[in-house]
Design a protein around this ligand. Structure first.
Ligand SMILES: *Cc1c(COP(=O)(O)O)cnc(C)c1O
Length: 435
């Protein structure tokens, strides 16, 4: 009879997990939990689960280009450890505003007098309403009183800002006269009208909306939450005509040119930059937003400001098609995606993998992040027999794909050619694990 083995000490077990690269205090906690559970052997799996709870790079093979769960627009941004002029005016040596650098660039890009930046578009809408309409009335079309992304609900954001929502028109049709009547009513004190891009849904059929140009003929300022952050409907940074899937997406330049007094949009949707909310418009209205106390609570840090500045300079330099990851994905032709797919299959075959159940098929990619609902762009990808999602996620650089009916779909439009090696290796492991 052998004596029952004593469990290892917490410290010994923690040290045995050192190769995970996790910090010692975390490993001690994991070791203690495994010992307390009477399951010492579970320690490596617990460490692995912890590692997988940390933020990590992945390859997005979902075909959803701006995938909300994967951080929307992918962004390459490196920053040095130097101090930077976040609130310092180099010409005077005095304190400056963190809104100056980025504000002037986005004003230029939008064709507006001034611009400023906050943490996201929800914050931008909240700040504009609080600064320009608190305690007063804001008519909004019933067709635009929407919920976007789960927690952004127009009536709730308006309530938080302290302004009063006045519903006008109907779900499918709202005319200029509906706004006009709301403004003329004796019991309202209208600060401005707000137009919201419904973003993630579309009403078809007997539909009428009031354009920004029509709203601009009313006696009150017009705010437009355009959401997606498309800068210019003509997409001058791409060669050729604007892509068909962009039709109907509101754009900053056109919204301002049509007479919007103030607009808001996201930094990490079609703009392709970091998470941020941009407010652009007349100097007077943007100035009131800058001076509102909430502006301090919603302001971004130097990291985001610098990344947004880089994004803005990239557009002004006409380098967006090559230097902004989102537009690089958009700009890829189906023929080049087909060539990518063929080269991935060839690399798998070279590794001796049986590729008889791997097929190349046309696919339909989506812009994502609630932009351009119901529209797709032609794409190409791999279809692999069997559901390999779990294995693909387990690769050292996880590959995120989709599955349906026991088939795995890897759309290549959001996969950078430099990541093909990862896709090949992850697929090779997945197929080996399945056989
Ligand atoms: C996406 C979106 C928002 C929310 O923007 P975030 O940057 O996610 O805060 C608000 N309004 C519209 C119209 C949107 O499309």
């Amino acid at each position: 009879m052998t004596a029952p083995q004593r469990p290892p000490s917490v410290d010994t077990l923690a040290r045995s997990l050192k190769t995970t690269g996790l910090p010692h205090p975390i490993l001690v906690e994991i070791a203690r939990a495994a010992i307390d559970a009477g399951d010492v052997d579970s320690a490596p799996a617990r460490a692995d689960a912890f590692s997988r709870s940390l933020l990590t790079d992945v390859v997005n093979a979902t075909g959803v280009l701006l995938h909300t769960n994967l951080g929307r627009a992918p962004l390459a941004h490196r920053q040095s450890a130097h101090a930077q002029t976040v609130e310092f005016d180099l010409s005077t040596g005095e304190r400056g505003s963190r809104q100056t650098a980025v504000g002037q660039l986005f004003a230029k890009l939008c064709g507006a007098e001034d611009a400023m930046v906050v943490n996201n578009n929800a914050a931008a809408v909240l700040l504009v309403l609080a600064a320009l309409a608190a305690g007063r009335d804001v008519p909004v079309s019933r067709g635009e009183s929407v919920e976007i992304g789960g927690s952004f609900r127009v009536p709730e954001v308006m309530a938080q800002s302290g302004c009063r929502l006045v519903d006008v028109g109907t779900t499918n049709r709202t005319r200029r006269s509906d706004y006009e009547q709301a403004i003329a009513r004796a019991d309202t004190d209208v600060a401005m009208v707000m137009k919201v891009h419904p973003s993630n849904y579309r009403v078809d059929g007997f539909v009428e909306e009031t354009t920004i140009a029509e709203l601009a003929t009313l006696d009150v300022p017009v705010m437009a939450d355009i959401g997606s952050g498309l800068l210019d409907a003509n997409v001058p940074w791409l060669n050729g005509a604007p892509p068909a899937w962009l039709a109907g997406e509101p754009a900053a330049v056109q919204a301002i040119a049509d007479g919007a007094d103030i607009i808001t949009f996201s930094g990490d949707k079609l703009l392709g930059g970091p998470q941020a909310g941009i407010i652009a418009g007349s100097a007077e209205l943007v100035g009131r937003c800058k001076r509102h106390p909430l502006a301090r609570a919603l302001r971004p840090g130097g990291l985001v400001l610098r990344a947004l500045q880089d994004t803005a300079l990239t557009y002004l330099d006409k380098r967006a098609a090559t230097d902004i990851a989102f537009w690089r994905m958009v700009d890829r032709s189906p023929a080049s995606l087909q060539a990518d797919a063929e080269s991935i299959v060839a690399m798998l075959a070279e590794r001796g993998i049986d590729v008889s159940n791997v097929r190349i098929e046309p696919m339909a990619a989506l812009p994502g992040a609630g932009s351009a609902p119901g529209v797709t762009m032609p794409s190409v990808g791999l279809v692999v027999d069997g559901d390999h999602l779990r294995s693909l996620r387990r690769y050292s650089t996880p590959v995120i794909a989709r599955s349906r009916d026991q088939q795995t779909f890897l759309d290549l439009r959001a996969v950078e050619p430099g990541d093909h090696g990862i896709v090949v290796a992850a697929l090779a492991e997945a197929l080996a694990a399945a056989s």
